[in-house]
Design a protein around this ligand. Structure first.
Ligand code: CA
Length: 257
């Protein structure tokens, strides 16, 4: 998951950046509204954490410009505890939720997880897919109930794919979720993570769609029968159902009920 952090205070920004990176997110940090606006126009983010009081262009203007482009990127605004009217203004300008400053970093992480979950159309906090379950709050991955140790980037690749089964993500799209501006990307990084995920979780989980990218099938493969072997390799050929992507785009966000 790739996040945009917009915060002009150096000390606060650094501590939030550390905390979010510690949670495994790729984070780009900008310190004024103009930089935020241009980052949003050039990169695809899974979520923006937006301070409202910013130099050059205030947070509300950044937010309004984003929504005027009909971008549904989840936005969490940060305001001072007593700034009720700023929060109302922010929510009415298209923010999805708010956090109070000074930040409580645990609460911030939980709100980010909740927004990412909602943006992916999920209500339940744990991803379940066939024999696998992923808990974004604890970063615990289970295969048949047994813990599987994943590196942060293996986790990030798996989470990106499992969040939208049936949707093909290109290598570039996966790289975007793994790396922020400052990171160096080796050319085969995504292949390396996919390879190790297949070793840990089974060879058929992540499919390589030639020339397009990677996907996890819309439906998990049926459990292999326990008796005599079973694994005869009859997995479904890739059906062309990548066109309907479960609808993360175009909606107006709705605000939840
Ligand atoms: Ca500020």
């Amino acid at each position: 998951m790739r996040l945009l952090l917009v915060e002009d205070d150096m000390m606060i920004g650094e501590s939030v950046l550390d905390a979010l990176r510690g949670e495994g997110y790729a984070v780009d940090w900008v310190r004024d509204g103009v930089m935020a606006d241009s980052a949003l126009r050039t990169e695809q983010y899974d979520l923006m954490l937006l301070d409202l009081g910013l130099p050059k262009m205030d947070g509300i203007a950044v937010l309004k410009a984003l929504r005027a482009r009909r971008e549904a990127t989840p936005v969490l605004i940060a305001t001072a505890r007593d700034a009720v009217s700023a929060r109302i203004q922010g929510l009415d300008a298209g923010a999805d939720d708010y956090v109070l400053k000074p930040y409580d970093l645990d609460e911030l992480s939980a709100r980010i997880r909740a927004l990412l979950r909602r943006a992916a159309g999920r209500a339940e906090p744990v991803f379940s897919y066939g024999r696998i379950s992923l808990n974004p709050a604890t970063h615990e991955a289970l295969l048949d109930g047994d813990p599987v140790a994943l590196s942060q980037r293996e986790w990030a690749v798996l989470e990106a794919l499992i969040a939208r089964p049936g949707m093909i993500l290109s290598r570039a799209q996966l790289e975007e979720k793994l790396y922020s501006w400052k990171d160096e990307i080796s050319s085969n990084a995504v292949e390396v993570y996919v390879h190790s995920l297949r070793k840990k979780l089974g060879p058929d989980l992540i499919r390589n769609i030639r020339g397009m990218g990677y996907m996890i099938a819309k439906e998990p493969a049926p459990a292999t029968p326990r008796k005599d072997g079973g694994g005869d390799g009859t997995h479904n050929p890739c059906t062309d159902d990548a066109a309907d992507d479960g609808g993360a785009e175009g909606g107006d966000g709705g605000g939840g009920e």
